[in-house]
Design a protein around this ligand. Sequence first.
Ligand code: DQA
Length: 148
Amino acid sequence: PHILVLHGPNLNLLGSREPDHYGRATLAEIEAGLQTRAQGWGWRLRSLQSNAEHILIDTVQEAARQGVTYIIINPAAFTHTSVALRDALAAVQIPFIEVHLSNIHAREPFRQHSYFSDLAQGVVAGLGADGYFLALDAIHRRLKRNNS
Ligand code: DQA
């Protein structure tokens, strides 16, 4: 299996950015933890953060050519704005799990709509950095079940 983890705008600031909403873990710490877990299973995992919508879209398109098995994505603010990134995920048809550190349903009304959730296999929100690990574990369980 080959997993792609995508992080949208401002998530490069994790650790210092509004820690009450987003916690104290840095993106580097989260990525290292995911990498360790995936490697333990002999899986390939690549992470990319971008503040630019077109880079995220290009990366999703490339993922199809590279045979990525699953995507874990925190689209960050693009969650609430990006039809284009949604369309990219719909186009490649790679199954994905949507992750949010904060509970977007308990925040401002504009955060409560996601352009991704109806296409996602599942959504994790409000559990902080654990959400990424829960998503990765869910993928592991699903792939194991399908192969047995
Ligand atoms: C976020 C929630 C979004 O509303 C926000 O714009 C983010 C991060 C989260 O992980 O909680 O940047 O996706």
